[in-house]
Design a protein. Structure first.
Length: 720
């Protein structure tokens, strides 16, 4: 299928062939009929892409600070690689889609094949959208009108936050698409509306929709007009739908407002507010978030958990439905907002027009009425056929870790990269293009079943790891799985049994740190000791929101199981002895801390008498390096700092070493894995290590949750 993508690096817009997405549970697969190009949002994205690197940095100062912090901790080369990799990722444009349902996912009840629906799907011939971001189109509403639903919902949410009542005076500042739609919604609500803009044509449309207008191009003073419009009382509310870097718009809105008036920001403007503007009138100011309640809430948008109707009357989906009802009743008319119509194949022309004509309103993209064959795998490159004994890889997952870490390491090995899949296909195609991979797809099962692939990489969400590992092993494949190996003892036992049934196959978990040059050197240094050693691994993990999937025990397993296993493995590797006991404690319950499990200290006892502690803390500063390992052994100390330096204290034969950039062992790990598959032999990391590290992470979470403690009182100090 064809999809419109934009390069963040160059700003170039292309229509490319990408694999058709698979319908997921709770989702709809939709054949697109019309999509609307959002003149404001999408023009901003294209202009950002067209800017040079310095202009990009200046436009996002908060990101620039993150880059500088990363340079200090990880090195310049590593940081710039990450920055350029991010810019290389294509952006799927569009979020105003109208089409026909061609497939429904498991658990979907309210939609059926053949339904005409709107969604926030991109400019693609076929899109997959969660049901809570879809709404059925009334039969009397045509596709072109329906394509304006999502952008209308943005204006509607701004109106809802303003809470206007019949007869109130409301100013709309900025009469682009959202502004003009907002005018119509306010008029339908019985409000008196004043529209403000520089563009004569937009002002004429606002007047046609029932508003009085102020033409700023003639030097009109918006504050004076606002006060006149309100009979010198001050307007009841102002909705700012403009896009400007100026702080004047909020100041003007405050100046024209009545005492206790309301100001709602839907657009993007400067926000250096003057306290006096708000203090004297006790004004309220609120920023509107997109389509309404539910936006950016994964449980609502992706997993279909609706908010109770009696408590949250207007959600994203219900706002879509309200807009469609207004369209059905003729209260929203988009006819005069359609500036031009362009076939999807000519989308590049449409975006060129968007950047050249600042006054353009709606551009509609049309799509073939008959969809072509559904192809979930598309060829990208012609590569050499796999020879006997070659390592031929299929990668499930094409996210940041796969594209920025694993694949750059794999291309330096003799392995053949045959296929890569992702859920929606766009990232898979980009990754295939970049790394000379033969094909891109969206069907992981087809990849696992492909007889020409003998090695499967599993780089997906954690709850899928065990299932895919077992499926791939049963299909006779070697398997690399990014940590964690499993999320439960039951999954771990199933993997152990499956691996035992396939003794000739390699299984490797992505414990790359044991392959890092400094870690290998450190193991050599402590190997000749005669006494147990003590290790302290401090991890400045960084905060991740409580609602992020990695924090979900069922999906991500939590950060100890999902990531801290890395550090447990390195301690085991260095000590060279079985784990015999694990204990842990985590931060206590305190107000304002939603997640405690990512602020944990894990104590590990080894069979040879050595001890290790992993301090995994998510409440530190990003400016501080992420990892530090300290080894205490026989009057000596070695310190490994963030895989950039190794220092010794009292350690003969250890010269202080420093690298310009981090090396966490990924290249060495990939090289060793490919060589082991070619040569055969035992698992690269012994199964007991893989099993024990995974079990240790389970036990750490369990022990910390037990919250065992002893009460220390006067009897303790008196020795009674």
């Amino acid at each position: 299928m064809k999809q419109v993508l934009q390069s963040l690096k160059t700003g170039e817009t292309q229509v490319v062939e990408v694999p058709t997405p698979r319908v997921q549970p709770g989702h709809l697969l939709i054949a697109t009929q019309r999509t609307l190009i959002s003149a404001g949002t999408e023009r901003t994205l294209v202009e950002f892409g067209n800017a040079n690197l310095v202009q990009k940095a200046l436009s996002q100062p908060e990101r620039m600070q993150q880059v500088l912090d990363k340079v200090r901790t990880d090195g310049l080369s590593t940081t710039m690689e990450a920055v350029f990799a991010k810019l290389d990722e294509p952006l799927a444009l569009g979020y105003c889609n109208a089409g026909v349902v061609i497939e429904v996912g498991a658990g979907v009840r309210d939609f059926a094949v053949g339904d005409r629906v709107v969604s926030n799907g991109p400019h693609a011939e076929i899109v997959s959208a969660p049901t809570n971001l879809c709404a059925r189109i009334p039969s009397s509403v045509d596709d072109e009108t329906a394509a304006f639903t999502v952008i209308s919902a943005i204006g509607l949410q701004g109106v809802r936050l303003t809470a206007p009542t019949l007869g109130e005076s409301v100013v709309v500042m900025g009469l682009g698409l959202i502004g003009l739609l907002t005018v119509q919604i306010l008029v339908a609500n019985g409000c008196r509306v004043l529209g403000i803009d520089f563009d004569v044509r937009k002002l004429e449309l606002a007047r046609k929709y029932g508003a009085e207008v102020v033409d700023l191009s003639q030097g009109a003073d918006p504050v004076t007009h606002g006060l006149t419009f309100s009979n010198s009382r001050g307007v009841d509310a102002v909705i700012i739908t403009a896009s400007s870097k100026s702080n004047d718009l909020v100041h003007q809105a405050a100046q024209m407002s009545r005492k206790r008036g309301r100001i709602v920001l839907v657009g993007v403007v400067g926000l250096q507010l003057l306290r006096a503007d708000f203090y004297e009138k006790e004004l309220s100011f609120q920023v509107s978030c997109s389509y309404g309640p539910g936006r950016y809430d994964e449980s609502y948008e992706l997993t279909g958990h609706d908010y109770p109707f009696g408590f949250v009357r207007w959600t994203e989906q219900r706002n879509f439905e309200a807009v469609l009802d207004l369209m059905k009743a003729g209260r929203i008319d988009v006819t005069d907002m359609i500036s031009t119509r362009v076939a999807q194949a000519d989308a590049a022309t449409a975006y060129k027009l968007l950047t050249e004509d600042k006054n353009i309103l709606g551009i509609l993209l049309s799509y073939p009425e008959q969809i072509g064959p559904v192809r979930r795998t598309v060829p990208v490159h012609i590569t050499a056929s796999s020879a006997a004994g070659s390592v031929t890889i299929g990668m499930v997952g094409s996210g940041n870790f796969a594209s920025r870490t694993l694949l750059p390491a794999l291309v330096k090995t003799p392995a053949i990269l045959k296929s890569v899949v992702s859920s929606k296909g766009v990232s898979a195609r980009q990754v295939a293009q970049r790394f000379n991979i033969a094909e891109a797809g969206t069907d992981s099962q087809a990849l696992i079943n492909d007889t020409s692939i003998n090695t499967v990489f599993v780089v997906t969400r954690h709850d899928t790891h065990a299932k895919m590992v077992i499926e791939a092993l049963n299909k006779g494949k070697h398997v690399f799985v990014e940590k964690p190996l499993a999320l439960s003892r039951e999954e771990l036992a199933q993997i152990e049994q499956t691996l035992a049934e396939h003794p000739g196959q390699q299984l490797l978990v992505g414990f790359n740190r044991r392959f890092a040059p400094f870690a290998v050197r450190l193991k050599e240094l402590i190997a000749g000791r005669s006494q147990p050693c003590s290790l302290i691994y401090t991890v400045n993990a960084g905060d991740i929101p409580a609602k992020h999937w990695t924090q979900d025990p069922q999906v991500g397993g939590g950060r100890i199981i999902g990531e801290a296993c890395h550090f447990i493995d390195l301690l085991l590797f260095l000590v060279g002895s079985r784990i015999i006991n694990v204990d842990a404690c985590m931060m206590g319950r305190v107000p304002g801390v939603e997640v405690r499990t990512d602020k944990m200290s894990i104590q590990i006892d080894f069979e040879n008498g050595s001890t290790g502690v992993v301090h995994y803390f998510a409440n530190g500063s990003k400016a501080y390096p992420k990892e530090r390992l300290e080894v205490f052994s026989e009057g000596r100390i070695a310190v490994l700092d963030n895989y950039r330096s190794l220092r010794g204290y009292g350690w003969k034969g250890l010269k202080n070493s420093r690298s310009r950039n981090q090396d966490k062992g990924h290249e060495a790990e990939m090289k060793a894995f490919v060589e082991r598959i070619q040569s055969g032999g035992e698992l690269l990391i012994p199964w007991p290590d893989l099993r024990d590290v995974t079990l240790a992470s389970f036990v750490a979470v369990e022990r910390a949750a037990e919250a065992r403690s002893s009460l220390i009182d006067d009897r303790f100090f008196k020795g009674t």
